[in-house]
Design a protein around this ligand. Structure first.
Ligand SMILES: CC(C)(COP(=O)(O)OP(=O)(O)OC[C@H]1O[C@@H](n2cnc3c(N)ncnc32)[C@H](O)[C@@H]1OP(=O)(O)O)[C@@H](O)C(=O)NCCC(=O)NCCS
Length: 352
């Protein structure tokens, strides 16, 4: 069989209209804009309105991605939704999304892996494409974290935001897509990011509710140490699998959790911070949505191009890590840069 690559032909993001600034948070908990910016780099986050759900945000992002790919929802062979904040514990939000998109009878499933979920989903989609099973796959990363954070806990509520991002991956014989990946898990650190009473281990009751154990709790220092430990090593493994080095990479797209973590990763890789796509100041940590939303923003702003070689790298609850070398579209014939400035993405590139 001819080798099949997974080209990203469509991409789309959705962020809710409502913006919550650090100054707004000063009214809710004992914090300050200066503290949040200095410790995290976050200036604001988007928060879903009362009518919005994980499914509606996902569908908005997915419609944009399908439109870019010039694909109807009925053309899809598979929908994978990376999220841990679906509308219900059951049914899986992927089926609601499939129905709302009009993707009649298309298989759909949720991949629940916190902040690494989108990279796990991307890698999973690639396997279906390269195995020749499916041709058109919709991959969504979506989180409605504002309904899972404790708005009285300053340790967590300042960190997160709501958003959805979507990619359409299509089979092609032209070299592009995922050139290498790495995934890993260390459940010995599972207690460091946990919503203790949101599952079957500790069903919600009056006591767990009063103790607010249904909200996300986090040991920030441990997560910070873990993140700075794994980001460099997982990146090296993805690069090795791709047969590349950091010199071959145009831009690093890290999970957007904390600017200080990204800066630590830059130091560990011996790279200037300018080589990293940074969007955490605008959206805060949107977990599984953070990487696709950052990529959509970077394409819109011209900071990255469709034929750039991207190193995507993430860490999160589990604890888990993941990375991937991704080139969304085949290499273009025209020069990558003109006068040292990256050219912005244009529609013509999609079909180039
Ligand atoms: C959460 C995080 C920003 C805290 O920064 P830090 O420098 O580690 O801060 P510390 O935990 O040392 O806390 C320092 C003090 O600030 C306080 N503090 C915590 N949140 C605060 C806030 N929003 N405003 C003001 N003070 C705050 C703490 O209570 C602590 O006070 P104490 O010393 O009196 O107990 C940081 O640990 C972090 O980003 N960790 C990774 C989290 C993450 O990325 N999670 C998502 C993973 S996908």
């Amino acid at each position: 069989m001819e080798k099949r690559y997974g080209r990203i032909t469509g991409w789309g993001a959705y962020v809710p209209e409502k913006v919550l600034t650090n100054h707004d948070l000063e009214q809710l908990v004992d914090t300050s804009h200066e503290w949040i910016v200095q410790r995290t780099g976050i200036h604001q986050r988007h928060i879903a309105g009362p009518e919005e759900t994980n499914a509606t945000m996902s569908v908005a992002a997915a419609r944009r991605a399908l439109q870019k790919a010039n694909l109807a929802a009925t053309d899809l062979d598979l929908i994978i939704v990376a999220t841990t904040t679906g509308d219900f514990i059951t049914p899986a939000v992927s089926s609601q999304i499939q129905h709302m998109l009009g993707a009649t009878n298309v298989p759909a499933f949720v991949l629940a892996n916190g902040c690494t979920g989108f990279l796990y989903a991307l890698t999973t989609a690639q396997q279906f494409i390269s195995g020749g099973v499916y041709r058109n796959i919709l991959i969504i990363g979506s989180e409605l974290l504002s309904r899972y954070v404790d708005w009285t806990d300053r340790n967590t509520c300042v960190l997160f935001g709501d958003a959805a991002g979507a990619f359409v991956m299509q089979a092609t014989s032209e070299p592009c897509g995922l050139f290498g990946f790495d995934m890993g898990s260390d459940g010995s650190g599972s207690q460091h990011i946990i919503a203790p009473a949101m599952g079957s281990a500790e069903p919600v009751n009056a006591t767990t509710f009063a103790e607010r154990r249904h909200f996300i709790r986090m040991n920030g220092r441990e997560v910070f140490k873990f993140a700075t430990r794994v980001l460099g090593s997982t990146s090296q493994r993805s690069l090795a699998q791709a047969g590349m080095t950091l010199d071959d990479i145009d831009c690093i797209v890290p999970h957007q959790a904390n600017l200080r973590i990204i800066e630590a990763a830059a130091r560990a890789m011996n790279l200037p911070i300018e080589r990293f796509l940074v969007k955490v100041h605008k959206y805060a940590n949107t977990s599984a949505a953070s990487i696709p939303v950052a990529i959509c923003d970077g394409l819109d702003s011209g900071e990255i191009r469709l034929d750039d070689r991207l190193l995507l790298v993430s860490f999160g609850s589990g604890l888990t890590w993941a990375s991937a070398v991704l080139q969304m579209a085949p290499t273009l014939q025209k020069p990558r840069y003109s006068n040292g400035v990256a050219e912005p993405a244009t529609a013509e590139w999609v079909t180039a």
